[in-house]
Design a protein around this ligand. Structure first.
Ligand code: S5P
Length: 246
């Protein structure tokens, strides 16, 4: 098993938290402030590094310092989707140098084995998460795609550590869990305590539904960071996600 999964499971147990916060801000300071506020409540902080309009190489160093102090891991939601050679350049280089600081990254499985090989070549210490489903309305993911993604993961289990799944199709999520077994992680976005839509096709479900359908980790963005008290709101999601186990 990839050591990063053992690290995550330890954090989840210690902090009684299966909550990942998506810090979808365009200013570095806003991400760092949110990390300070919710850091004690979360097991993972998820970044979209390429939406920052003031990125400098100091940002990942500062985020890592908070992550180490507050005991959470960092997941860069890059959703790689190209041939092996190109993704290896995207992962290792550019201005973001994701491979130097991300504990987890994700990729689309549609590309096949080559994407896994290209990313592994750069840094096999990060854990790779494959998108088996998505939460956007009308997406083209189906059961066959999800289960073939699980096969791809199983044949690369030194590096692939889990899946993105959606509790909007809980019957497929449950099949992903059954096919993958308990060693792989399933992370589920599209989570909100009030499940209204965002007008842009995001589908929302409750923490309970996600965990009961087989997810290990819930990913919450706007439900937490748009609240006037993100720390208190994160605690509500942490408690709901934790209580929903078994
Ligand atoms: O299928 C997906 C996969 C991902 S990683 N649907 C998603 O929403 N995400 C990400 O989860 C998305 O990019 C965003 O960062 C987060 C959900 O944010 P929210 O504000 O809707 O909770």
């Amino acid at each position: 098993m990839n050591p990063v999964v053992q690290k995550l499971r330890k954090i989840i147990a210690e902090k009684k938290s299966n909550l990942c916060v998506a810090a979808d801000f365009t200013k570095s300071s806003a991400v760092l402030e949110l990390a300070e506020k919710v850091g004690d409540k979360i097991c993972i902080l998820k970044t979209h590094i390429d939406i920052l309009d003031d990125f400098t190489s100091e940002f990942p160093t500062k985020l890592r310092e908070i992550a180490d102090r507050k005991n959470f891991l960092i997941f860069e939601d890059r959703k790689f989707a190209d041939i092996g050679n190109t993704v290896s350049l995207q992962f290792g280089g550019g201005i973001f140098r994701i491979a130097e600081w991300a504990d987890f990254v994700n990729a689309h499985s549609i590309v096949g084995d080559g994407i896994v090989a290209g990313l592994r070549k750069v840094n096999k210490n990060s854990g790779l998460i494959l998108l088996a489903q998505m939460t956007s309305d009308g997406n083209l993911f189906d059961e066959n795609y999800a289960l073939r993604t699980v096969e791809l993961a199983k044949s690369n289990s030194d590096f692939v550590v889990g899946f993105i799944g959606s509790s909007d199709r809980p019957e497929i999520l449950a099949k992903i869990r059954a096919a993958a077994g308990e060693d792989f992680l399933i992370l589920t976005p599209g989570i909100k305590l009030s499940t209204e839509s965002d007008g842009l096709g995001q589908t929302y479900n409750s923490p309970e539904k996600a965990i009961q359908s087989g997810a290990d980790v819930i990913i919450v963005g706007r439900g937490i960071y748009e609240n006037s008290d993100p720390a208190a709101e994160a605690e509500k999601y942490r408690a709901a996600g934790w209580a929903a186990r078994n």
